[in-house]
Design a binder for this molecule. Structure first.
Ligand code: ADP
Ligand code: ADP
Length: 225
């Protein structure tokens, strides 16, 4: 469990502000969707929080620790991208174990954690498969497991199911919400789909032109005046 605080976060490209001094508090165990049209700054904001993009201003705090200038591997964050290429020459288990091996954990602990992560995403028994033997939805589940196995304090999801068909997208978002609630992991979920945000959020942050226009619970965001 962790709290994420973003303070006056800014990213300028030449003359335009992709993210324009945004402040946001995400509570322990909360899931907030960043919702907005293409180009509104959602992805840039998430990438800055994950450490993949350097802010031009502002701060990012996780449980009070300033992580603004830390590289991604030193942040307690886990990120899943829209099309998260798995390492094609490694088994599913190898993909999930990779980060754990870098941390030099004992073999037995790696094995236990890999099995835990596989069952968490509903893929128990799939460890020996190669990525190309999996469907698109299963591959995104592996990407999620690869992130969660490192036990990040903050989970960052950038349109993780956008490339999947609608039926599968709906199923996977429910699965993610279920896992997120079971683990109590503080989560930011980027989407441009209102239905998606409505279905899974504790709160929705509506972005426009690099600013948060509205921040509220789904029922309040969607209540018509
Ligand atoms: P969203 O995720 O909401 O679609 P982005 O964060 O990708 O929005 O982009 C926000 C704005 O920043 C857009 O106007 C986009 O063109 C601009 N932008 C993003 N990345 C770059 C870049 N590397 N160089 C210049 N402009 C960029
Ligand atoms: P190794 O580390 O033995 O070369 P891999 O890199 O393929 O094997 O797998 C990484 C880790 O995942 C291993 O340490 C092992 O504990 C675990 N593992 C391997 N195969 C499976 C599987 N089929 N199911 C669950 N866990 C597995």
């Amino acid at each position: 469990m962790a709290r994420l605080t973003v303070h006056a976060l800014e990213k300028r490209f030449a003359n335009t502000a992709a993210v324009d001094r945004v402040s946001l508090d995400v509570e322990d165990g909360e899931l907030i969707c960043l919702l907005g049209p293409s180009g509104s700054g959602k992805s840039t904001m998430l990438r800055m929080i994950g450490g993949f993009e350097r802010p031009t201003g502002g701060q990012i705090l996780i449980d009070g620790q300033d992580v603004t200038h830390l590289p991604p591997e030193r942040r307690p964050t886990g990120m899943v991208f829209q099309s998260h290429a798995l390492w094609t020459h490694m088994t599913v288990a190898g993909n999930i174990a990779f980060g754990l091996k870098l941390r030099h954990l004992p073999r037995a602990e790696v094995r236990d954690k890999v099995e835990w992560a596989l069952s968490l995403v509903g893929l128990a028994g799939y460890g020996s498969r190669m990525p190309y033997q999996l469907s698109g939805g299963q591959q995104q589940r592996v990407a999620l497991a690869r992130s969660l196995v490192l036990e990040p304090k903050i989970l960052l999801l950038d349109e993780p199911f956008a490339s999947l068909d609608q039926h599968l997208r709906e199923r996977l978002r429910e699965e993610v919400r279920d896992i997120q609630q079971r683990l109590g992991i503080t989560t930011l979920f980027v989407t441009h789909g209102q239905d998606e945000a409505l279905a899974i959020s504790d709160r929705i942050a509506v972005l426009k032109d690099g600013r948060i226009e509205q921040l509220d619970t789904p029922d309040r965001v969607y209540r018509r005046p």
